[in-house]
Design a protein around this ligand. Structure first.
Ligand SMILES: Nc1ncnc2c1ncn2[C@@H]1O[C@H](COP(=O)(O)OP(=O)(O)OP(=O)(O)O)[C@@H](O)[C@H]1O
Ligand SMILES: [Mg+2]
Length: 140
């Protein structure tokens, strides 16, 4: 699924489209160069899910948790990971296979531990305020 976004105001409807596309899938990976808009879109996804806390990049830790009603959302940023052991140390499996929504930035850094089944969101920068989003599903 391919969608062009010309303004940040379009991200809320894009978020709804992504959840429709995902169905029951819970693990989402976000690919795109630095500054493509991964965190920005994740923030809107969290808003749509009812998160009240402020969503920012998990700067000081690999994973942030947000409460959304009775459920939890896990937001990962693997940009700064230096060794895959750091992912084992935080106990990534407990998160990825929790049944809660996982939103993963820089999945390329932890390719070997991604679950078999996830939704991929690719963001391409077309111009300073234009992005192309592609949604796809991965099944091994
Ligand atoms: N869909 C969009 N359209 C236009 N500008 C956007 C869009 N998404 C994000 N931006 C702008 O791009 C900048 C960087 O966005 P963001 O922090 O979300 O990128 P990122 O992909 O998470 O980067 P990083 O890899 O560093 O984590 C922000 O200033 C934001 O306003
Ligand atoms: Mg980010």
């Amino acid at each position: 699924m391919n969608l062009e976004v010309n303004s940040l105001t379009e991200l809320n409807s894009l978020a709804k489209a992504l959840f429709n596309f995902a169905g029951e899938d819970k693990v989402f990976i976000f690919e795109g160069e630095m500054g493509a808009g991964k965190t920005t879109f994740i923030k809107v996804l969290c808003e749509e899910l009812g998160v009240k806390d402020v969503v920012s990049s998990p700067t000081f830790s690999i994973v942030n948790e947000y409460a959304a009603g009775n459920s939890i959302i896990y937001h990962f940023d693997f940009y700064r990971i230096r060794d895959i052991r750091e992912a084992y140390d935080i106990g990534y499996e407990e998160y990825f296979y929790s049944g809660h929504i996982c939103l993963i930035e820089w999945p390329e850094r932890v390719e070997e531990i991604l679950p078999e089944h996830y939704v991929r969101v690719e963001i391409k920068v077309l111009s300073p305020d234009k992005r192309a989003f592609t949604f796809s599903k991965n099944y091994l």
